[in-house]
Design a protein around this ligand. Structure first.
Ligand code: KG4
Ligand code: ZN
Length: 339
C-alpha cells in the first residue's frame, strides 16, 4: 500500500506547530515552537501576542517540519490544519498558511477539530479500537467523549464552568506559580498531603458533567481565611488537596461512564493528561475495574498542543475523502461531533 503523508499545522493557542505524519500513526517530524515565555509575564495567553508570534514563526516551523522529515511539499498527500476550537486570530494564521500551501501544491485541505487531535494523539502510540471512550482534559475543555466508530464523536459529559487545566492555572496563580501553573502544581502536590478537605463536586450525581469553579472558590476562601487569621498556608498540602479533589472526580466519573458505555479502549488526552497524579490514579482504576479495556495515555511530549496529533486525526478524514473547501474559516467555539 502506498504511504499517505500529511503535513499538519496547529496554531489554536500558544504553540505554533507543524508535523509530517505517515499513515496517521507515524511521526516523521513534529516541530513545536512554544510562546509560553512571552505570555508568562501577563499570567495568561494574550490573544494579540499569540497571533503575532504565529505569524512570525509559522513559515519557519513548516519548513523545518518538511526538512526534518526529509520530504518536500510535493511528497505530501494532503495539508491538514486545526480550525477550532481556539483563539480566532491564532487559528486564522494556521488556516491561511494551510490554504496557501494547498492552493499552491494542488493538494487537498483537511480541517481538523483540535479536541479530536488530542484524542488521536493516542493513535501515534497504538491503533485505536472502537467503540472508544476518551477523557479530554485541557486548558479550555474537560469532556468525556464516546466514539462509536472512527471519526464519530458524542460528548456524554463536560464541564459546566471551568476546565480542569484552567482550574489548575488559576490556583497556581494564587500560589504565585508562573503561568501555566498546572505542571508546577502537580510537582508541589507530590510533596504534600491531602489535608485541606476540599469538595468533590457532582461526584455522586447521576450524569457525566463536571464542575470545578466551586473547588476553585473553596481554595480561594481557604487561603483568604488563613490570611485573616494570620495562619500559614502550606502550599504543598494545598496543591495536594486540590489535586486529590480534581483527580478523584475525574477518575470516578470516568469509572461510571465506562460502566454506562462499554468500550474496547479508553484514552486519556489533553494537556492535563500529563498530570502524574491523574495518570497514576486512572491507571489503578482501569486495572481494578476494567482490566480487559485497553487503556492509553500519550507520552508527555504528545499531551500538550502539537501538530502531530492533528495529522493523526486528519488521516481518518483523508481516508473518507472528507476535504475542506478553500473558504474554510476558523470556528473558535467548535464542538466535537458538530461537523
Ligand atoms: O491541551 P493543552 O496543551 O492546551 C489546550 O488545548 O488548552 O493544555 C494546557 C493545560 C494548561 O492548563 C496546563 O496548566 C495544563 O494543561 N497542564 C497540567 C499539567 N501539564 C499541563 N495540568 C496539571 N498537571 C500537569 N502536569
Ligand atoms: Zn489543546
Amino acid at each position: 500500500m502506498k504511504e499517505t503523508l500529511i503535513l499538519a499545522i496547529e496554531s489554536s493557542c500558544d504553540e505554533t506547530s507543524a508535523a509530517v505524519i505517515q499513515n496517521g500513526n507515524t511521526i516523521l517530524s513534529n516541530i513545536v515552537a512554544s510562546q509560553i515565555k512571552s505570555h508568562m509575564r501577563f499570567g495568561g495567553v494574550v490573544p494579540e501576542i499569540a497571533s503575532r508570534h504565529h505569524v512570525e514563526q509559522i513559515t519557519q516551523v513548516i519548513d523545518e517540519a518538511l526538512a526534518k522529515a526529509g520530504k518536500t511539499l510535493d511528497d505530501m498527500d494532503a495539508i491538514a490544519v486545526t480550525y477550532g476550537p481556539g483563539l480566532v486570530g491564532a487559528l486564522l494564521i494556521g488556516i491561511s498558511a494551510a490554504k496557501a500551501l494547498a492552493l499552491a501544491s494542488g493538494k487537498p485541505l483537511i480541517a481538523v477539530n483540535h479536541m479530536a487531535g488530542h484524542i488521536y494523539a493516542n493513535q501515534l502510540v497504538e491503533p485505536l479500537q472502537f467503540p472508544l471512550m476518551a477523557l479530554v482534559v485541557s486548558g479550555g475543555h474537560t469532556e468525556l467523549v464516546y466514539m462509536p466508530e472512527d471519526g464519530k464523536f458524542q460528548i456524554i459529559g463536560e464541564t459546566r464552568d471551568d476546565a480542569a487545566g484552567e482550574a489548575y492555572d488559576k490556583i497556581g496563580r494564587i500560589l504565585n506559580l508562573p503561568y501555566p501553573g498546572g505542571k508546577k502544581m502537580d510537582e508541589l502536590a507530590h510533596l504534600g498531603t491531602d489535608t485541606y478537605d476540599f469538595p468533590r463536586a457532582m461526584i455522586h450525581e447521576d450524569h457525566f458533567d463536571f464542575s470545578f469553579s466551586g473547588l476553585k472558590s473553596a481554595v480561594i476562601n481557604r487561603v483568604h481565611n488563613a490570611k485573616q487569621k494570620g495562619e500559614e498556608i502550606v502550599p504543598e498540602d494545598l496543591a495536594a488537596s486540590f489535586q486529590a479533589s480534581v483527580v478523584e472526580v475525574l477518575v470516578e466519573k470516568t469509572r461510571r461512564a465506562l460502566k454506562a458505555y462499554p468500550v474496547k479502549q479508553f484514552v486519556l488526552a489533553g494537556g492535563v493528561a500529563a498530570n502524574k497524579g491523574l495518570r497514576t490514579a486512572m491507571t489503578q482504576m482501569m486495572e481494578e475495574h476494567y482490566p480487559t479495556v485497553t487503556f492509553s495515555i500519550p507520552p508527555l511530549s504528545l499531551c500538550g498542543d502539537n501538530a502531530a496529533m492533528i495529522g493523526a486525526a486528519a488521516f481518518t478524514k483523508y481516508m473518507q475523502k472528507d476535504f475542506a473547501k478553500m473558504d474554510l474559516n476558523a470556528v473558535p467555539g467548535l464542538e466535537l461531533g458538530e461537523e
